[in-house]
Design a protein around this ligand. Structure first.
Ligand code: GUN
Ligand code: FE
Length: 453
């Protein structure tokens, strides 16, 4: 049911601050006509009962069914929309070969608008069914196909940030798939920004444009500099890959004698609304620079296992105060689910801490830096962390924030959650949701109070 102008009686969880879960039990969430949360009332507050009765009388009260819990919708900070058809394929070669052999040929197909529409439609539906209410998308170099992705997100109601990919470096990009020139890369970027901002169905800015240099190797210096100027002029988000693999990191070092982070900064591409995908090989100085610029990182734990030859030092980044969220990196990661990436984030953090050398034990590990995170941190990254990274009011149930939410049905007969009423309490319920839920447990999705699925 559409929830604009309604008050929702529900229980659920959110994590505005990393490390803590705020348990919402039998709360009343007032949702405004604009889709934003107006107020949250908890049992025990003096006017709770009267508000509930009054809303019930006017027919504005909507109650979540028994066994259902409300979570903020997931934020996916890194998706290659055109790579959806190869999700779960081509995971066995290094990044530089994977791009040339599999990925560029696939992305080149989006020249065909009918193919683009079919693929993008299925992707957006799959992501919504997986609970992703906001996605930060790389599209392709193509103007028409990228516009189709904008149209599809608006039609289906997903909150999205979308960039036409810029890649014009003849040395690294094949002739059949690249921007024809620096001018084409820059004009194409501007054209997409204008299209998104002028779209007649985008009055609420549900879709935002993103300046999207693929990564430094695929762009000329002139394009990187021009894109930095466009980002400053238009106040857009920026997304790119940063120090993902040893090859990608080494390429930039040898071309520029500086790291990705340093170069992005010099090109004007490192700011409060920049999201850097991966960042596995960033140095201590890079971390400092990212912190100073208030840029964010999309941590893609599943993808990193296949393409990065490294594990992102997540806990160190969080303790330094960096803004981090999660990304599926479709199709570098073989899953479209942010829940799967929550699990992977916890798993790889534990392996990073324990290491792979059986001679290293808890007793003799000494002062090795702690690297573990837990399900609370992962849940935060998947929701509020992603919202903070994007500088958008999403990912938490706080007055003024968008009502972007999912309903988890723990009793769904084809679902994978087993709750024990006499055993499971408080945030243990959330823990089970994070570790065991499947798409079948995601029973409803709202974006800006609109019922989507
Ligand atoms: N680096 C440049 N392009 C890509 C891409 O499509 N996926 C990943 N994982 N890394 C990249
Ligand atoms: Fe990527």
């Amino acid at each position: 049911m559409d929830l604009r102008g309604k008050t929702l009686f529900a229980s659920g969880f959110h994590s505005p601050e990393r490390g803590t879960i705020d348990i919402l039990e039998d709360v009343l969430i007032e949702i405004g006509a604009d889709g934003r949360i107006g107020a949250i009332h908890r049992p025990g507050e003096p006017n709770y009962r009267s508000i509930r009765d009054a809303r019930d009388e006017t027919g504005e009260l909507v109650s979540l069914p028994a066994g259902c819990y409300l979570l903020p919708g997931f934020v996916d900070l890194h998706v290659h929309a055109p790579q959806y058809p190869q999700l779960g394929n081509a995971l066995d070669v290094p990044l530089e070969d994977w791009l040339q052999t599999y990925t560029f040929p696939l992305e080149a197909r989006y020249q065909d608008l009918a193919f683009a529409r079919r693929s993008y439609g299925l992707l957006v539906e799959d992501l919504l069914a997986s609970g992703t209410t906001t996605a930060l998308y790389f599209a392709t170099v193509h103007q028409e196909a990228t516009r189709a992705l904008v149209d599809i997100c608006l039609e289906k109601g997903q909150r999205a940030l979308i960039g036409k990919v810029a890649m014009d470096n003849v040395a690294e990009c094949p002739d059949y798939y690249r921007d024809a020139s620096t001018d084409a890369a820059l004009q194409g970027t501007r054209a997409l920004i204008d299209y998104v901002r002028g779209h007649p169905d985008n009055g609420e800015d549900r879709v935002l444009p993103v300046v999207t240099p693929r990564f430094i190797p695929s762009c000329t210096d002139a394009t990187l500099k021009g894109l930095g100027a466009i980002a400053a002029q238009c106040g857009c988000h920026v997304q790119t890959h940063c120090s993902e693999s040893d090859w990608a990191h080494g390429y930039v070092l040898s071309r520029h004698g500086a790291t990705d982070t340093q170069m992005l900064d010099r090109f004007g591409l490192l700011g409060r609304r920049t999201v850097l995908a991966h960042a596995n090989f960033i140095t201590v100085d890079d971390m400092e620079l990212i912190f100073t610029r208030q840029a964010a990182i999309a941590h893609c734990p599943l993808s990193n296992a296949y393409f990065a030859d490294a594990v992102f030092p997540l806990r160190a980044a969080l303790e330094k105060g960096l803004q981090v969220g999660l990304g599926t990196d479709i199709s570098g990661g073989p899953s479209a689910s942010i829940l799967e990436n929550c699990r992977a984030a916890v798993l790889v953090s534990r392996m990073l801490e324990s290491g792979v050398d059986p001679a290293v034990t808890r007793e003799n590990r000494g002062a090795a830096a702690p690297a573990q995170i837990d399900f609370r941190d992962a849940f935060h990254l998947a929701t509020a962390g992603g919202g903070i990274a994007l500088d958008l009011p999403i990912g938490q149930f706080t007055p003024g924030y968008q009502f972007d939410a999912i309903m988890i049905d723990t009793k769904a007969s084809n679902g994978t959650i087993r709750l024990w009423d006499e055993l499971d309490r408080g945030d243990q319920i959330l823990q089970k949701i994070i570790y065991t839920a499947s798409a079948a447990n995601i029973a409803s999705t709202w974006v800006g109070g609109n019922h989507i699925v």
